[in-house]
Design a binder for this molecule. Structure first.
Ligand SMILES: C[S@@+](CC[C@H](N)C(=O)[O-])C[C@H]1O[C@@H](n2cnc3c(N)ncnc32)[C@H](O)[C@@H]1O
Length: 315
């Protein structure tokens, strides 16, 4: 755990009971609750996950949740509370720990976001199954009613489920067979047959050139890689250096009016960097396009979450 250094002027971003009710009206029970500079709390169905860099932050988030649930929500619902340490090094990541609630309940649960169901597993690893900061992008994709989606770095295939619910044929690619299997389960949870879609447990940088060779084309492509990873044959992926290569491959797979989501958690890459990179890539492929940034989410502070940009190709 890092040394205890309380931020001099802690900024607190919290939702109100009205937001909570609005999420419920939208059939959403997976959202942030409170964000501090060194951690945040999030609701996942009848569970609360307290993400913290230090013990002090964990205690502040827990105190906020107890006060919010008892006094502001006046909820009689039972919530399990988990804590998850946010280490500086990825190698030190561990699974969430149960802080309060019955240890006899299963670690798996389900959440709903805009009426779409997703499986959550508190015992699966550091990440529990759904990245809440992509809610607006998932909703946009579904609303566009795509015909063919290529979802790279698909994790539990949340983007694929949204596209499939809108009628798309989907191809989901992720190195992790376990994540891809959880993705197929998310299809089943939503009454979709995984047999009608493609799930590929392989390296995106091996699969994209093969799709290009086969002249496959997609009207929507999601590029949301991790900051660092080690792919097949030990190949290293580094978002800062490799995003552009990924985008060029995506442009070679795109239909003339395709929409491509470029997204990164890499703190060194700003949305303006994504725009410059996209302008360069479009120019080098002699393509035209416009950019769309999704609006702020009410449960996230302005600069929190992934930096994302939609590239809307124009014929
Ligand atoms: C940030 S998560 C993606 C989140 C996902 N887009 C979502 O919204 O749920 C990164 C994923 O990339 C996968 N991954 C990392 N390197 C990869 C590679 N070279 N090829 C395919 N998948 C990779 C990991 O297994 C992990 O599931």
């Amino acid at each position: 755990m890092v040394s205890e250094q309380p931020a001099p002027e802690e900024s607190v971003h919290t939702i109100s009971p009205a937001h909570w009710q609005q999420f419920a009206n939208e059939e959403t029970n997976a959202h942030r609750i409170c964000s501090l500079s060194q951690g945040w709390s999030e609701r996942l169905g009848n569970n609360v996950l307290l993400n913290h860099q230090t013990q002090t932050v964990l205690e502040s988030l827990d105190a906020h949740w107890q006060q919010f649930s008892a006094q502001e929500l006046q909820s009689s619902e039972e919530f399990r509370v988990f804590s998850r340490h946010l280490p500086r090094q990825n190698a030190e990541r561990s699974i969430p720990a149960l802080l309060r609630g019955s240890p006899d309940l299963p670690p798996e649960t389900e959440v709903v976001e805009n009426g779409v169901r997703y499986g959550i597993d508190f015992s699966a690893g550091y990440a529990v199954g759904l990245f809440l900061d992509q809610r607006a992008n998932r909703s946009l994709l579904r609303g566009w009613r795509p015909k063919r989606l290529l979802n790279t770095f698909a994790y539990t295939c949340s983007f694929s489920v949204c596209a499939a619910l809108a009628g798309a044929e989907t191809v989901s690619v992720d190195l992790s067979k376990k994540s891809i299997e959880r993705g197929a389960e998310n299809f089943r949870l939503n009454g979709l047959s995984p047999a009608d879609h493609r799930f590929v447990a392989d390296d995106v940088l091996d699969i994209m050139p093969k799709l290009i060779q086969r002249k496959e084309r997609f009207d929507s492509i999601v590029l949301d890689p991790p900051t660092f990873s080690r792919g097949s044959k030990g190949r290293r992926f580094n978002a800062e250096n490799d995003l552009e290569k990924l985008l060029l491959l995506a442009l070679d797979l795109a239909t003339p009016s395709a929409r491509i989501l470029l997204s990164t958690n890499c703190t060194r890459v700003r949305t303006s960097d994504l725009e410059s990179m996209s302008r360069f890539a479009l120019k080098s492929r002699r393509l035209n396009g416009q950019f769309l940034r999704t609006g702020a989410l009410p449960d996230f502070p302005p600069d929190a979450g992934a930096r994302t940009l939609w590239i809307m190709l124009r014929p």
